[in-house]
Each structure stands twice: as structure tokens, then as C-alpha cells.
Design a protein around this ligand. Structure first.
Ligand code: COA
Length: 163
């Protein structure tokens, strides 16, 4: 099936330069990119979902074909409900590839026909993770290489409150 729409799902807690790179590249391939803040039950969140959505919207405001949504259910159900045929995931290395492949297979079983495409993390962005950002922020380190400038104050503020 040919398509012009994809879903880029994740926790985005918070959005990082690594995520933004994947969003920009997906927007260069697809006419419509839906960025979905989904729930990973294995992760204890820092930012409320509404705040993650709002930060993503700010970061993506110059990307007209990118929209941000939040969804509390299964990725397979979301893609079925919205008739989205392709999921994009960023992979940083072999460990990501292994776990993402398993997730892609399960999602394909739950929603037959759903395809997952992997984009390799860009050079220099392969070591960024949201948990690394949170840890650096907690110690007051410089985050400017890892977090989009537009949301840097929000990330710093979250930690200045909690220390
Ligand atoms: N560059 C840099 N970092 C990247 C990256 C890239 N290109 N791609 C991912 N990351 C990082 C993220 O920052 C994140 O870091 P963290 O683990 O420190 O938080 C990590 O890699 C992966 O996070 P993310 O992409 O947000 O995925 P996730 O594993 O947190 O969430 C969901 C995955 C939300 C898509 C998944 O849990 C889901 O689909 N949930 C809905 C319920 C469901 O359907 N479950 C069944 C799935 S089979």
C-alpha cells in the first residue's frame, strides 16, 4: 500500500534533539507526520503528558505537516482508529534494533498490515536519551546539545523546582 502518513510514537519525556532529528527527517519523507505521546508502562514519567505535548508543539511549530497528539492506549489501536499504515521509530544501535524489531512484530500482529520503518539516529545524536537528559538536568549540566532550545527553560525549571 502506498501512503503519505506516518505515526512517530514515543514517551518524549522530554523531547530531545534526537527525537527532533527523526521528526524532521520523517517530515521530509511523509506528507503528514503524527507525533504520538504514548504511554510506556515501564517508565515513571517526569513531565505530565499535557506538558510533553505542549513542548513538542512548540518545537515543531515550524513544521507544517507535523501534528502532535496524546493517546493512552495501545499503539496498534491508535493506528487502526486513525488509519495510519506506517510507524516510524528511531534506532540508535543494535540494542534498539533488537527491542524495536520485537515491538514492530507485536504491533504488526495486533494490527495486521501495519508497517514499522526504522530511521537510524543521526551521527552525533546516537547517545542522546530522555533519561540521560533528565539525569544531566538534575546535576545542572549544560543541556544545550541535547534538548531543543525552545524547551530548554522548561527542562531546567522542572529540576530547579525538584532540587
Ligand atoms: N535519538 C536519540 N534518542 C532517541 C532516539 C533518537 N533517534 N530515538 C529514541 N530515543 C531515546 C528516547 O529519548 C528514549 O530514551 P529513554 O529510554 O531514556 O526515555 C528511548 O530512546 C526510547 O524512547 P521512546 O522512543 O520514547 O520510546 P519508549 O520506549 O519510551 O516508548 C512507546 C515506546 C511509547 C512507543 C511504546 O511503549 C508504546 O507503544 N506504548 C503504547 C502501549 C503499547 O502499544 N504497547 C505495546 C507495544 S508492543
Amino acid at each position: 500500500m502506498k501512503t503519505s502518513c506516518c505515526l512517530y510514537p514515543g514517551s518524549f519525556d522530554p523531547v530531545t534533539e534526537g527525537h527532533l532529528d527523526i521528526i524532521r527527517r520523517a517530515a521530509g519523507i511523509f506528507d503528514r507526520v503524527i507525533v504520538g505521546v504514548l504511554h510506556n508502562p515501564d517508565k515513571k514519567g517526569l513531565f505530565p503528558v499535557e506538558k510533553r505535548v505542549e513542548m513538542l508543539r512548540r518545537v515543531c511549530e515550524d513544521l507544517p505537516h507535523v501534528e502532535i497528539i496524546a493517546y493512552g492506549g495501545l499503539l496498534a489501536d491508535l493506528t487502526r482508529e486513525m488509519q495510519i499504515p506506517v510507524v516510524i521509530r528511531g534506532v540508535r544501535g543494535m540494542a534498539d534494533l533488537e527491542s524495536e524489531t520485537a515491538m514492530a512484530r507485536i504491533n504488526g500482529q495486533l494490527n495486521p498490515g501495519l508497517e514499522t520503518l526504522f530511521l537510524p539516529a543521526a551521527s552525533g545524536k546516537e547517545d542522546i536519551s530522555a533519561s540521560m537528559v533528565r539525569q544531566l538536568a538534575a546535576f545542572g549540566a549544560d543541556l544545550s546539545a541535547y534538548v531543543p532550545k525552545k524547551v530548554l527553560p522548561d527542562v531546567l525549571a522542572a529540576f530547579s523546582k525538584s532540587i
